[in-house]
Design a binder for this molecule. Sequence first.
Ligand SMILES: [Zn+2]
Length: 213
Amino acid sequence: MAFQSPVVQLERNRECLTDWLRSRNIHLPIYGAVVLAYPKQIVGELPLKTKLLYPYLIPSFIKNIPRNTKKLDIETFNWLSAELLNSHQRFIPDPICETYDVKFGDFQTGVRCETCSRFGMIKLPRTWSCPFCNATDCLAHQRTLLEWFLIYKKDITNRECREFLGIEDIHTAKRILQGMNWQSQGTFRNRSYIMNFDNNHFAQSKGGIFIRQ
Ligand SMILES: [Zn+2]
């Protein structure tokens, strides 16, 4: 699978950050580098002007950035740090199937067991059970539904939920979907649920959520 050139991505990010700083009347030079997360990553064509790094080289790259003049006083620095944090927005990528034209059938469905990594956890009252290693996980559906939104599309119907989680009962699927407290659209058979990434269950600690069956 080929991704957009990292050099183009870097330039775009650099431009966005420059604009963001300019809009706050801050003028700082931006030094960029492409960092390859894994040694096995391949770059099709080596960029001529862009610095390419492995993670362990980041500290020395930062140390070698020229710092001849003081650009920010400590007050502005602290204000800018707070501004950066305040402007942070969670990145929610478009579903992989939409972005890369991958077919629905190319993905393994079912609820994956976190203990043994196999697919096919079975819905029991109040929890999920793994038929291979007997592990139970009352939150397994939440993780799997998050994967749905990242893989397929931004909403999910009852039928799709049953197919994806591997459950047969329409009422169980309804309870699971309603228990997520997502917005819904349409009625009856056409009803679909839209995940709210800002108010989701996934950031909560384990055991915080319980779907009553
Ligand atoms: Zn298992």
